[in-house]
Design a protein around this ligand. Structure first.
Ligand SMILES: Cc1cc2nc3c(=O)[nH]c(=O)nc-3n(C[C@H](O)[C@H](O)[C@H](O)COP(=O)(O)OP(=O)(O)OC[C@H]3O[C@@H](n4cnc5c(N)ncnc54)[C@H](O)[C@@H]3O)c2cc1C
Length: 447
């Protein structure tokens, strides 16, 4: 297997050097806060235990969202609680650990500083549908492949590449508005990470906060806004951002550390996008598939991208093992079906939640309340509320948040929906620990 990577640099040795000097221009979110969920940890331990070990050696943090909750909330520890364990760190530290293990894998060739510029088609394998047999590099070199996997991320150029070999267009769904991220990393002198007074992700009126423990006594604080919220675009200014964070009572203490980046790292244009290479039941091309963010990307504040990408990678491997590549048409359809069944539901759940959250922010900015007629949205909020009142609801909530079990499946466990309704249906009446919109804008303005 050959990996073709446009960025030139290998990760330097040493965590401080990785943070301080590793250039990864190919990944816009490289310097933005990341967290890696329990599903990723469990996939790593099952599939790539060397990476899990390398992460531990690099100072990655291990934590368990259920076991770290107060005992009066979670009840006695259960044997099954080990499933909630996460291993996490700054994106660059985690990526360096993956790259180090990949770099010593005997059947993997990694070519860096190599830009893929297009696809090369050979003889069709099925009814005149273009069949990809190679990629073309920007240098003009062609590299032959039995299968090309597009993993070029959120800004993948695959539709353009497919058009240039005469393929039908894939079906792209792109939402026209997304979120903006404003994040910063910190480090404590003691190596301790501030205590979580709420969830990692909290929806606090028209902003959401992300407070993520990371490796080696570091952590990150992020404010997430709607792309349409022009009044908060000033958050890219470090002083303004700090004033906004200080106005959030459950978040402000996360500022008590030494900032380790130069200022606020902001990223806009984070829309949900899904790409389907099988249109009306027929692959638009054979010999090529899309995976990871090149296939689908969604709101990163729920921290699912890497878990979903890793899950899809195992589905790809299993499909190759089960179907083989000898019949490219059959393979393309099988991978599409397996992705649709095992991976896409996670994307769809995230997309539905994103659309609600963006509409909720719009309603709150307009001074109204958000009351969509969607029982799934109500149930989701009720489960989040019930998680603070009942050990089973806590575990159900964390299972869904950690990409272990879909929320709909959690809610269909015997007795769960009734319990969630009894404990959480009044979630709208619970106070939100955040300033009003006017007070937030006033804090931002320095008032
Ligand atoms: C702000 C933000 C925060 C996020 N936070 C989290 C989080 O907390 N947890 C989580 O799980 N996920 C998070 N995500 C999502 C996560 O970053 C992605 O899901 C993940 O990086 C996708 O991996 P990938 O390999 O598909 O693509 P990428 O990581 O984008 O990698 C694509 C690679 O392709 C290379 N490339 C691009 N074009 C070419 C070309 N033409 N030729 C050769 N190489 C090329 C790039 O250099 C890059 O190395 C976040 C995303 C964003 C935007």
């Amino acid at each position: 297997m050959t990996v073709l990577e446009r960025d030139v640099e290998v990760p330097p040795a040493g965590v401080d050097e990785i943070w301080g000097s590793w250039q990864r221009k190919g990944v816009n979110q490289f310097r933005l806060p990341h967290f890696f969920l329990a599903r990723y940890r469990s996939l790593l331990q099952a599939e790539l235990p060397d990476v899990a070990e390398a992460l531990g050696a690099a100072g990655a943090i291990s934590l368990n969202s259920v076991l770290s909750a107060p005992e009066q909330l979670r009840g006695p520890a259960r044997e099954t609680d080990a499933a909630f364990e996460c291993i996490s760190g700054r994106r660059c530290v985690v990526e360096a650990a993956v790259a180090a293990v990949a770099g010593r894998s005997p059947r993997l060739e990694i070519r860096r500083g190599v830009q893929v510029a297009g696809l090369v088609a050979g003889a069709a394998a099925h009814d005149g549908v273009p069949h990809v047999t190679a990629v073309q590099l920007a240098s003009g070199e062609e590299i032959a492949a039995d299968l090309v996997v597009d993993m070029t991320g959120r800004r993948s150029q695959l539709p353009r590449w497919l058009a240039s070999i005469g393929a039908r267009a894939p079906h792209d769904e792109l939402d026209d508005c997304g979120f903006i991220y404003y994040g910063r990393h910190f480090r404590s002198a003691s190596g301790e990470v501030p205590p979580a007074l709420g969830g990692f992700l909290q929806h606090l009126g028209t902003v959401s906060s992300l407070t993520l423990p990371a490796d080696n006594g570091t952590w990150s604080v992020t404010l997430v806004t709607s792309g349409k919220d022009k009044a908060l675009r000033v958050l890219h200014d470090a002083e303004v951002w700090e004033r906004a964070v200080r106005s959030l009572p459950l978040v402000a203490h996360w500022l008590d550390g030494e900032p380790i980046d130069d200022g606020i790292t902001a990223m806009a244009g984070i829309e949900d996008r899904h790409r389907n290479l099988v249109v009306d039941g027929a692959p638009v091309a054979t010999g090529v598939v899309a995976a990871g963010d090149a296939w689908a990307c969604s709101n990163p504040s729920v921290g699912r991208g890497v878990s979903i990408g890793m899950l899809q990678a195992t589905v790809l491997r299993d499909t190759i093992a089960a179907t083989g590549l000898a019949d490219p048409w059959e393979f393309a359809r099988s991978f599409h079906e397996a992705t649709a069944e095992m991976v896409e539901p996670w994307y769809r759940d995230t997309l539905a939640a994103d659309r609600h959250r963006l509409a909720e922010i719009d309603a709150l900015i307009a001074g109204g309340e958000y009351r969509p007629a969607d029982p799934a949205w109500e149930a989701s909020h009720a489960l989040a509320s019930a998680a603070f009142k009942d050990p089973d609801c806590l575990r159900g909530f964390v299972s869904a948040a950690m990409v272990l079990e879909r929320e709909a499946d959690v809610l269909s466990r015997p007795g769960m929906a009734d319990k969630v309704t009894a404990l959480g249906a009044g979630w709208r009446d619970e106070p939100i620990p955040a300033p009003s919109r006017d007070d937030l804008l006033s804090a931002v303005a320095g008032g």
